[in-house]
Design a protein around this ligand. Structure first.
Ligand code: GRF
Length: 199
């Protein structure tokens, strides 16, 4: 008897250039991840992720303090997500902290990628280029990427995947960020695919 594999419903949260979001979308389109992106959530209406979603007819919702009062944000977010049976939330460069209420609702089903080897270079204040500048300044010989389940604090959730790369003598923060981002694009779709099989 033929069984049809379940297509997982995912939501992606992104705030910036959205290269991971676009890469995940492409991996879904070419069949590497058996899922559909039901919703993109962003706090930033002007980011490339939103522009891409708009062009590619991906549902999106902009949730920020200009559009909603602080005490409405959780319910607006949960309301938007509840329109779809979301199996997994994927953070891909989302610059806002996820609230306790949302984390509890999607307990263990929110992943984040961080461009360093946590627990080093993680936590409040470690984002974007600051991370790579600190890695260079600390004369680290290796760096890499970490994928973790999101919990109540920044970058502290259960680590499910790490991959190292060498820091080259010639590296600047900028060249390092480029190489780490390329690594993210190689590994995040694979980690998402494997994680979906476990839920
Ligand atoms: C990535 O380096 C990711 O690890 C971090 O934010 C960055 C997002 O990049 N959480 P992009 O928006 O996907 O290009």
């Amino acid at each position: 008897m033929n069984t049809i594999a379940k297509k997982y419903n995912i939501a992606i949260f992104a705030s910036g250039t959205g290269s991971n979001f676009i890469n995940i979308y492409n991996n879904i389109c070419n069949g590497n991840i058996n899922a559909q992106i039901k919703l993109l959530i962003s706090n930033n209406p002007n980011c490339r992720a939103i522009e891409f979603a708009d062009k590619n007819k991906i549902n999106y919702k902009i949730i920020n303090n200009f559009r909603f009062k602080d005490n409405q944000i959780d319910n607006v977010m949960l309301g938007a997500l509840s329109n779809y049976e979301i199996d997994l939330i994927v953070l891909a460069g989302y610059m806002k902290k996820i609230s306790k209420k949302v984390i509890e609702f999607y307990n263990g089903k929110i992943l984040n990628i961080h461009p360093a080897l946590l627990p080093k270079f993680g936590g409040k204040g470690f984002y974007g280029m600051k991370i790579h500048e600190s890695v260079i300044k600390s004369k680290e010989k290796i760096t890499g990427v970490t994928v973790h389940v999101v919990d109540h604090d920044y970058d502290t959730g259960n680590i499910i995947y790490q991959k190292e790369i060498s820091v080259l003598k010639s590296d600047t923060a900028s060249s390092l960020s480029q190489r780490v981002l390329e690594l993210e694009h190689r590994v995040y779709p694979e980690v998402i695919r494997n994680f979906l099989e476990t839920i």
